[in-house]
Design a protein around this ligand. Sequence first.
Ligand SMILES: Nc1ncnc2c1ncn2[C@@H]1O[C@H](COP(=O)(O)OP(=O)(O)OP(=O)(O)O)[C@@H](O)[C@H]1O
Ligand SMILES: [Mg+2]
Length: 459
Amino acid sequence: MTKNNLGKNILVVDDEVEMRIALETTLKREGHNITLAKNGEEALELLNANNFDLVLTDVKMPKMNGLQLLKALKGKSPQTISIMMTAYGDIDNAVETIKLGAFDYLLKPFSAEILMAAVNRAFLDNGSQINNFIHSTPKTTKAPARERRIITQNKDMLELIKFVENISYSKSTVLIMGDTGTGKEVFARYIHQMSPRAQKSFMAVNCAALPEGLLETELFGHEKGAFTGAIERKDGKFELAHKGTLLLDEVTEMSLPLQAKLLRVLQEHEIDKVGGRASIPVDVRVIATTNRNIKERIRENKFREDLYYRLNVIPLKLIPLRDRTDDIQVLAEHFIEKHTKDLDKNISHIAKETVALLKKYSWPGNVRELENIIERAILMCHENTLLPSHLFFDEEDIHNEKPNPTANLSGTIHDMEKELILQTLAEVNDNKTKAADNLGISIRTLRNKLAYYKEQANN
Ligand SMILES: Nc1ncnc2c1ncn2[C@@H]1O[C@H](COP(=O)(O)OP(=O)(O)OP(=O)(O)O)[C@@H](O)[C@H]1O
Ligand SMILES: [Mg+2]
């Protein structure tokens, strides 16, 4: 345990001296006591003689690497929380560390904010949760049922989550694309949760659900007497989401005149209430979603191209469930746990054969459909194991072979990151210091990335 109430005892293990210094400086600033080690071996010696609350370790190091250190640590000092640092492209290793009991991992390069968020999370949960995303078996999961977590074990999804954590700090607009039920809203809420806006409101408006006039007052509000029936002044969702986040669901369904108004809000950061005289400044982070092919909507002149560019500052593409069948079991277990409680059943297992059958289905309704099917299956199940006979779906949709997975997503993530960096630079007239600041990364990281893009372009 810590002697000093102000700070925790943290052991930082990294073979790069610059990294050690950077981490030490950041963590000390927060009042923690820092000890440094160059590799796993040195770390183990220190662990023999001292108690640490947290070990923050690189994975790739000479002598003893981070995985070996983690294993040794679990035997020696199981109460010590560990956070691993790995390079982009090394996500397999990262997933492995979580399975070995690491609390979390950080993908290098990361900003000071990302580091502090992970460290604070670790101390908040006291490291008790194995991690935020990888599902443990229903019996051992302690997370409250209401908690919104992104359940996944899929490598590409885990990379997406890390990407989202990195961009949650900026105010840039995010466009989440993905088929129905893939988790667009889940991701939007997660971005909000991870952002400095988390304490303020998260508001959501479904642009497809309301006729034009109502949608306008829903978004921007109206003054008293603005139109017949406007007996009271009404605040729009933009005002209600001030300093927070506003989710515009199915944004492509907005009428063209409203699209023009939305564009103005995104450009000017102020709204015009219906029947109002003066513009009202608002500070809102906008996240938009669509399950349509937005480029097609643009070609059909149903969606403004300039609005598309405003919204698409950070694009996120979610993966259909059929392309991540490795998530089916963990999701099914999650939903079994969730609904057995509600339905007053006692189901603790899912048979191998049931999982195999679920993996063959094409999942046009994605995760939402999986949840519905599991819920129905639970009703049919009177034993403690969910069997294939409890499942009901359209047999015609069951595939006998796995569909082709789509293009490698990690490529897309790098593209997204590159696009974000170049766009940010353009916005600040190529001022690298400013751009790095807006992006929440160090100027050195920014330079390295730019050098890398240049090199790539020359190859
Ligand atoms: N990774 C996940 N982990 C846990 N639950 C999930 C996950 N992805 C989706 N869900 C659940 O599936 C349902 C659908 O998710 P969500 O509403 O985010 O989908 P969507 O992409 O917004 O769909 P739509 O386009 O139809 O609005 C929700 O109940 C959500 O909680
Ligand atoms: Mg949705």
